[in-house]
Design a binder for this molecule. Structure first.
Ligand code: SF4
Ligand code: SF4
Length: 186
């Protein structure tokens, strides 16, 4: 690259933005359209999918997810399911990176879409297991390509079941596919 071209390119970007008309939105009376992939400050959790494995907590770079489980006495034939006693997310320190969602092996945890949870006290910025249980099941389409392909928009208010929100809704192989891949090819 010739000397100075990079600076000229950078200056062009600055000049273009200097000439651009500013966009002003009178929030909260006016609102911009939110992208369905927006990673909000709430979380959508499907308890029936959650095994209490705590992968989400282990992968969180901030260490802000606290999970406490106990034996539930349910589904003992399958090895017994854990009961979630605590599932706290301290969102005051959350950076909404979504790594917890990516780490969940069962697609039980999804990013939400909210952004208006300002609180006077930092200690109130904790999402508890009760809140997760009660929250509307309107996940962000981020990391959920099948929801995006379907044109789902959480802002529409429509709730989705875990069957529709999980990635296996579209990518799960059929029994015949698995037979070919894991049995007949070996
Ligand atoms: S979004 Fe990122 S920072 Fe927030 S809880 Fe999940 S992994 Fe942690
Ligand atoms: S939300 Fe997912 S990763 Fe977290 S404990 Fe439940 S199953 Fe495990």
């Amino acid at each position: 690259m010739p000397f100075g071209l990079g600076i000229a390119k950078g200056m062009m970007v600055t000049l273009r933005n200097l000439a651009r008309k500013p966009v002003t939105v009178q929030y909260p009376e006016q609102r911009v359209t939110q992208n369905p992939r927006f990673r909000g400050e709430d979380f959508v959790w499907y308890e029936e999918r959650c095994t209490g494995c705590a992968s989400c907590a282990k992968y969180c770079p901030q260490g802000i997810i606290k999970i406490v489980t106990s034996p539930s006495g349910e589904q003992t034939q399958e090895g017994e399911k854990y009961k979630l006693e605590t599932f706290d997310i301290e969102i005051a320190r959350c950076m909404f990176c979504g790594l917890c969602v990516e780490a969940c092996p069962y697609d039980a945890l999804h990013m939400g879409t909210g952004f208006e949870r300002a609180m006077p006290r930092k200690s109130d910025l904790v999402i508890t297991v009760d809140e997760l249980r009660a929250s509307a099941k309107r996940p962000s389409t981020w990391f959920r390509p099948q929801l995006q392909d379907r044109g789902y928009d959480p802002a529409s208010g429509e709730e989705v079941s875990w069957q529709d929100a999980g990635r296996e809704a579209t990518v799960a192989p059929t029994y015949d596919d698995m037979l070919k891949r894991w049995v007949e090819k070996r």
